[in-house]
Design a protein around this ligand. Structure first.
Ligand code: SF4
Ligand code: ZN
Ligand code: ZN
Length: 369
């Protein structure tokens, strides 16, 4: 089924629209917004059309879905994932992708934030008529994020949260026998990540940071980002005009400081040159990195660079929890070990020292994931 923007002029009973106010795409309706991506003045209907069609094109060009595939939408109740759930349902019906969509949420255990946002996801479930599965940090790790912050301090909260949430989404998908998780990561997130990895000189992560599909070898779960080229401002506009029900409060624990700084930098650059978000992604996609052999100059002859840190490669399993890990012990188990040590210290000394967490962070920096 194809869809074209409606061409009937609206407002035809009211006073004539000046040419300069007409939509630059359909030339018949009044332009009501300046498109953040390219500053085109367009009408609401054309905005819906171009926004949805660009996402459809990203999906088709990258061959994201197979007919009959079961797909989990990582749903947090925030604007990105709410728009993603809405758009995926709409495009699946409009273009007959033939996929089976489920909402998958992670409850990190952040009182006053995640409990409220999960209430939004539950409403979305009813609004879109999609099944919903919720997995929680408490049930998987016996820790809530509130307990983690109380034990390890707020400084590294996003590191803990990111590692546990990534694994939780995988575990939730596996529980549902779903092998594809899609997330609402948008162009701004991706450009920020590219920038952060350049600024940190993190070549290993830079290489993967613009991939639309990611999957560890041996892992049954792949991830993809249909919003890879969608601007955050356009996602917000779409949610606003479509009156989608989403949760907009920020997390109680601020995003990690370095990402916050990269975000500010991106926003300043975008204000001067809106295309810089896409330009940074394209730069990341086209960077030609040195061959791995050259980057691991100190390897012994014949030694596999992937085994240099641990003797393990992607597809191996964590010795403790059995989860896929490129190291002997997975990142989540490393963090849990630090937390348990800290909890024990706190119980013994009634002291809120964060030394244990800092030690784990230092250890993690020397591991490859
Ligand atoms: S801001 Fe940090 S702690 Fe809060 S939900 Fe995001 S990653 Fe988790
Ligand atoms: Zn128009
Ligand atoms: Zn583990």
């Amino acid at each position: 089924m194809s869809w074209a923007p409606p061409s009937d002029p609206v407002n035809n009973k009211s006073k004539p629209i000046k040419i300069s106010q007409l939509c630059e795409l359909c030339h018949c309706r009044k332009a009501i917004l300046k498109r953040p991506k390219n500053l085109q003045k367009i009408c609401k209907e054309c905005f819906y059309y171009v926004f949805e069609t660009e996402i459809h094109n990203t999906i088709v060009t990258n061959n994201l879905f197979q007919r009959g595939e079961r797909v989990a939408v990582g749903a947090s109740g925030g604007k990105d994932s709410t728009v993603l759930a809405h758009i995926m349902k709409l495009l699946n019906e409009r273009h007959d992708y033939g996929i089976d969509i489920t909402l998958l949420s992670v409850d990190e255990g952040i009182v006053g934030y995640r409990d409220d946002s999960l209430a939004t996801v539950k409403r979305n479930q009813k609004q879109y008529g999609l099944p919903l599965e919720i997995v929680s940090f408490k049930e998987l790790y016996n820790w809530t994020m509130d307990e983690i912050v109380a034990t390890a301090g707020i400084r590294n909260s996003c590191t803990y949260c990111g590692v546990f949430r990534r694994q939780s989404l995988d575990r939730g998908a596996q529980k549902l026998n779903i092998h594809h998780v899609i997330t609402g990561h948008n162009a701004d997130d991706m450009a920020e990540t590219v920038l952060m990895n350049i600024l940190r000189g993190d070549v290993a992560r830079l290489e993967k940071s613009t991939a639309i599909i990611t999957q560890s070898s041996g892992s049954p779960i792949k991830r993809s980002k249909p919003f890879k080229y969608s601007y955050q401002k356009e996602i917000v506009l779409y949610a606003h005009y479509k009156k989608l029900d989403y949760f907009s409060t920020e997390c109680t624990y601020a995003p990690e400081a370095f990402r916050g700084t990269a975000r500010e930098l991106m926003k300043n650059l975008e204000a001067v040159r809106p295309s810089c978000i896409i330009d940074i992604i394209h730069s990341g996609e086209n960077l030609v990195l040195k061959e791995k052999e050259q980057r691991f100059k100190k390897l012994a002859p014949g030694q596999d660079p992937l085994t240099v840190n641990s003797g393990f490669i992607d597809g191996n399993r964590c010795e403790r929890c059995g989860y896929l890990s490129s190291n002997k012990i997975c990142k989540a188990c490393m963090l849990l070990e630090g937390l348990e040590k800290n909890r024990a210290t706190i119980i013994l000394e009634k002291d809120s020292s964060v030394d244990g967490a800092a030690r784990v962070m230092r250890t993690l920096e020397h591991l490859s994931f």
